[in-house]
Design a binder for this molecule. Sequence first.
Ligand code: ADP
Ligand code: NI
Length: 217
Amino acid sequence: MKDQELINRTESFVRQTLKNSESGHNWFHIERVWKNAKQIGKDESVNMLVVELAALLHDIADSKFHNGDETIGPAKAREFLEKQNVASDIIDHVIQIMENMSFRSGYDNPSFVSSELKVVQDADRLDAIGAIGIARAFHFGGFKNREIYDPAVPPNLEMTKEVYKKSTAPTINHFYEKLLLLKDKMNTSTGKKMAEQRHLFMENYLTQFYREWNGEC
Ligand code: ADP
Ligand code: NI
């Protein structure tokens, strides 16, 4: 099968699978990450088929909605790719990217690194910051019935993976615990450049947020 046909089929599979998913991880998130990944990948020496497949499949079954089970997504992706008779080294690489790209896995020592992983990870991280990132954070907070902000609950920068998953802290804390840290975690030069504007926008947003919180204009 031609690479382009495989990508088209993967796109349809992901669109169909995510049809009823919540809006933080729906098809539009995947489409943005896919776009970012193609943009970033242009400037890196990577296998673009692996990059595109991993970008498309990376959230096929989010563990947050499967009782924390992190194996369902990779298993679904593998089953789909095997059905398409994709070469096993490509499948293995895509699965390893899926298993190692989340911020949370950054709490553990990474067990796998590749240039393709770096590209897809940057592409996903870009969608967690900036105007879109702010929208996704408050959407997630609302979904979890979290407070917007509570000055009495300070951000916790030392959370273990388990504490992070169970946290019920206000959404503003998430900016300090994750979103504002992402700029310095970008792997690629294009990713770093794309993160700058988005990071600045979040800083300005927070400045204005506290102004309004304190009754200033
Ligand atoms: P991803 O799938 O993009 O790696 P997550 O699944 O951790 O990231 O989160 C999906 C979206 O929900 C992101 O935009 C992230 O910032 C947001 N989110 C995750 N945890 C929280 C939280 N505790 N408070 C607010 N937003 C959150
Ligand atoms: Ni994602």
